[in-house]
Design a protein around this ligand. Structure first.
Ligand code: KIV
Length: 260
């Protein structure tokens, strides 16, 4: 593990040393501080905040203003981790808007940005990287496409899908991405992609053979107990603990006062 501020180059070096990259999402100051104190090298202000913090049904409702608000809160923790942030839905439809919105996230405190897609967004990736902003790719199941795709489906089962994923991963690497999140990609295809490119892959629900793993932190700690993805085993159950603590505290208030 590196000692100083983590950079994209450090994450690439971790891949070349065969060191796994544990990554998690944060949406506010205390969570970012806790993840950083635990030594997580890559923190993502994910647009999953739409569901796990803001109560939207999916990520397509998240706005730039909401992303900026949460990036500012996380950045105030001044993490040693590399701080990446999602470009939200419809914020990177062309190279100009992709660059402008990336610059807004950087002004809010992000050190890297992430967007969903491969060859379909290469011009946007080139504009972002060309301006000196580190870019993290996202392939496989793309949550911002949930409405078009009619749900969250595993990717890589058909030959054509496998070939498209590999071509997208190579194109993102060539365009200058420093890493790629692989979401719900079949484990053999995730392994093949990881072995085919020199930048790190960060898997989520894509098997054990990616160069790193990322989770939505509330899934890991039971902080959003109404839904947990099948591939996550919560390590603690903060939702249950909060309910129990609140119920126990309320009960203490109901106890009759002892007479003087
Ligand atoms: O929005 C998010 O939290 C993400 C992770 C699932 C990788 O993109």
């Amino acid at each position: 593990m590196v000692a100083a501020k983590v950079t994209p180059a450090d994450l690439r070096a971790m891949k070349s040393r065969g060191e796994l990259i544990p990554s998690l999402t944060a949406y506010d100051y205390p969570l970012a501080k806790l993840l950083d104190e635990a030594g997580i090298p890559l923190i993502l202000v994910g647009d999953s905040l739409g569901m796990v913090v803001l109560g939207y049904p999916d990520t397509t409702h998240v706005t730039m203003a909401e992303m900026e608000h949460h990036v500012r809160a996380v950045a105030r923790a001044r993490p040693r981790a590399l701080l990446a942030a999602d470009l939200p839905y419809h914020s990177y439809e062309n190279p100009r808007s992709a660059l402008e919105n990336s610059q807004r996230l950087v002004a809010a405190g992000a050190e890297a940005v992430k967007a969903e897609g491969g060859r379909s967004i290469l011009e946007q990736v080139r504009a972002i990287v060309g301006a000196g902003i580190p870019f993290l790719g996202h392939l496989g199941m793309l949550p911002q496409s949930v409405l078009e795709e009619g749900g969250y489906h595993i990717k890589g089962r058909q030959d054509a899908e496998r070939a498209a994923l590999l071509a997208d991963a190579k194109a993102l690497e060539e365009a200058g991405a420093f890493g790629i999140v692989l979401e719900l990609v079949t484990p053999p295809v995730a392994r093949e992609i990881s072995q085919s490119i020199s930048i790190p892959t960060i898997g989520i629900g894509s098997g054990p053979d990616c160069d790193g793993q990322i989770l939505v932190t509330p899934d890991l700690v039971g902080g959003f107990p109404w839904f947990t993805p099948k591939f996550v085993k919560p390590r603690i159950h903060t939702g249950d603990d909060i309910r129990a603590a609140v119920a126990e505290w309320s009960q203490t208030l109901l106890k009759p006062k002892s007479s003087p």
